[in-house]
Design a protein around this ligand. Structure first.
Ligand code: AMP
Length: 420
């Protein structure tokens, strides 16, 4: 019979590497939990209209990459391609914004799906940890999120990343810029698809990675020159606060990002060791999104950091997270009676909070000691019939190789003392 494989563009997280993913998620979540963000979980799929309206019909994410489908009941759904629209939908549905406690600060962690052309760092199923601060227009919130992402990456030991920062203006100044840009673009020699993009979302043409397009874009009107005074002042304040926190960033005029809902502050974290898929995370302000999905005006800001690419960044920098072995004590039982007694001791150790594992499968001493080594445990408990007859087990330190008998009744205390 044919065997099955993980679908194209996906991969499995398998021990020992999978612990890195847990550690990365935890490292990103920790500063958020520590800063007033509450945990939220939403379904893996939503009404397709939420993303069409929220993320934008013209974006690649919605027009080309969405896993959209009709259910047996006739509902039009889509696997979530990103987190912000879902989190805002959930916050509105639960009326979190009406409880007089704005901003609502939420964090999440989960799987996202995009039908992309798979390559290193670009998958069809990937994992993000994200944060959203909903319902307040305050440059300190934008700064807070940038600083917390920086803190998360640094806590993992990452150093070779850069923060790119830009302002996309608001509903006052962006339309004026948009028109100026459109009129500039209409004079260029662009392919049909790009011409269409220029009509729907001209700012995204600036993001075109092709060198021939970039050459033509020299001399394009700059958004910086079109920002209204309110947007300029807001952006200056964000820059001042981030700088005061000692977090370095680069102003990047070309940073527009692939989602339509962004206004004012946008930022991206790029890592220099990742080749073409260099963005490890990104986000920005989305003051108009709530209204786009049928809610009240709720100016908000958020980011999502990619877990897969963060793991690749750790590898690129050669960072060993120094994650300790999951098992502290490994029990090796020789003979039926010893199995029963030691299995009981393992249960006792676990209940006392010690990470313990057992030599299953009826292996001999040699095979069981191999298992003990592989587990990474610092201590091994070995017992055979003769030990038990004397009321002891042999406690072996796997680093020094020293071994000494310990009274069975004292085992849990002795292990705890050794591990302390
Ligand atoms: P975006 O919503 O596109 O700004 O994505 C935010 C972050 O999620 C990116 O910076 C990446 O780290 C990660 N990400 C987005 N798409 C993918 C993908 N197809 N495969 C792996 N990671 C992704």
């Amino acid at each position: 019979m044919a065997t099955f494989q993980a679908p194209k563009g996906t991969y499995d997280l398998i021990p020992p590497v999978s612990v890195k993913y847990l550690a990365v998620r935890e490292a990103i979540a920790a500063p958020l939990r520590n800063s007033g963000y509450g945990y939220i979980e939403t379904p893996g799929f939503e009404d397709v209209g939420l993303f069409a309206r929220g993320v934008g019909e013209s974006t690649d994410i919605v027009s080309k990459e969405m896993y959209a489908f009709e259910t047996k009941g006739g509902d039009q759904l889509a696997l979530r391609p990103e987190g912000t629209a879902s989190v805002l939908r959930a916050a509105l549905e639960a009326s979190l914004h009406k409880k007089g406690n704005l901003p609502v600060k939420l964090w999440y962690s989960g799987s996202y799906y995009r039908y992309e052309k798979p390559q290193k760092g670009r998958y069809r199923h990937f994992s993000q940890v994200g944060a959203e601060a909903i319902g307040a227009e305050d440059p300190a919130l934008d700064a807070e999120l940038i600083i917390l992402a920086d803190q998360a990456y640094r806590s993992l030991g990452l150093r070779n990343f850069r923060i790119l920062l830009n302002s996309l203006g608001d509903k006052e100044c962006r339309p004026v810029y948009r028109e100026a840009l459109q009129s500039f673009l209409s004079g260029l020699d662009l392919d049909e698809e790009t011409v269409r993009r220029a009509e729907i979302n001209p700012l995204r043409v600036l993001d075109d990675k092709r060198t021939d397009v970039q050459k033509q874009l020299v001399g394009a009107p700059a958004l910086r020159d079109y920002l209204c005074d309110a947007c300029k002042a807001y952006h200056e304040e964000v820059r001042t606060l981030v700088t005061a926190a000692g977090v370095a960033f680069e102003d990047d005029e070309k940073l527009v990002r692939g989602l339509d809902y962004y206004t004012r502050t946008t930022f991206e974290f790029v890592h220099d060791g990742l080749g073409s898929q260099s963005a490890v995370g990104g986000g920005g302000r989305y003051d108009g999104l709530s209204e786009m999905i049928g809610g009240p005006a709720l100016p908000s800001v958020g980011w999502a950091l990619g877990v897969d690419r963060t793991v690749l960044a750790l590898e690129a920098e050669g960072i060993d997270l120094g994650i300790p072995a999951a098992t502290s004590v490994f029990a090796v039982a020789l003979g039926e009676e010893a199995r029963r007694v030691l299995f009981g001791k393992v249960t006792e150790l676990r209940r006392a909070g010690v990470a313990a594992d057992f030599s299953y499968g009826g292996k001999g001493l040699k095979g069981s000691m191999k298992d003990a080594n592989r587990s990474g445990a610092r201590l091994t408990v070995v017992a055979g019939e003769r030990d038990l007859a004397e009321g002891v087990v042999q406690l072996k330190d796997m680093e020094s190789g020293e071994q000494a008998p310990v009274a069975l009744a004292d085992l849990v205390d002795a292990v705890r003392a050794r591990l302390a």
